[in-house]
Ligand binder design. Structure first.
Ligand SMILES: Cc1cc2nc3c(=O)[nH]c(=O)nc-3n(C[C@H](O)[C@H](O)[C@H](O)COP(=O)(O)O)c2cc1C
Length: 129
């Protein structure tokens, strides 16, 4: 059974703002997620983070345990945690290249108070793009 989790968090320090910090996260995530058959994508926008993760329960939970203790972000909150029939994501770790444009599509200026419905809409739009 596949599961999808979408969480939001707040960046600490340069997380997501510097090319180096993004490259470090993407590099490790691509390697680990490929190994664990996880698909994912992450959005960094003005100090806020939104990530969707899909895979088996055990692999998703193992990643979440690592994420919760990662000091590069804080305020970890799960918006969606649901079984799914099929994946919406097809890469081990995708990076949302134009977060402001995507947020605009769901009428959001910022991720600070993103809801579960908005997070799902963002994922659907990304899939359709
Ligand atoms: C915003 C953010 C997103 C991350 N996403 C992933 C991910 O999708 N997969 C992953 O393995 N690690 C991810 N990490 C890194 C993990 O928190 C952790 O540092 C890493 O999995 C440890 O990998 P290692 O045991 O191979 O060193 C992310 C970190 C941050 C700050």
């Amino acid at each position: 059974m596949l599961h999808r989790v979408i969480y939001a968090s707040e960046a600490v320090g340069p997380t997501g703002a510097s090319t180096l910090s993004v490259a470090q996260i993407i590099g490790v995530s691509e390697r680990n997620n490929r190994r664990d058959h996880l698909t994912s994508c992450v959005m960094f926008h003005q100090g806020h983070i939104l990530q969707a993760i899909e895979g088996s329960r055990v692999d998703v939970d193992r990643l979440i345990r690592r994420l919760i203790t990662d000091p590069r972000h804080t305020g970890f909150r799960i918006l969606i945690d649901t079984p799914v029939h099929a994946r919406l994501l097809d890469e081990p770790m995708g990076l949302c290249g134009d977060p402001a444009a995507l947020l605009d599509r769901v009428g959001l200026a910022c991720l600070s108070r993103v809801t579960a419905n908005e997070a799902e809409a963002l994922l659907d739009i990304r899939k359709a793009a």
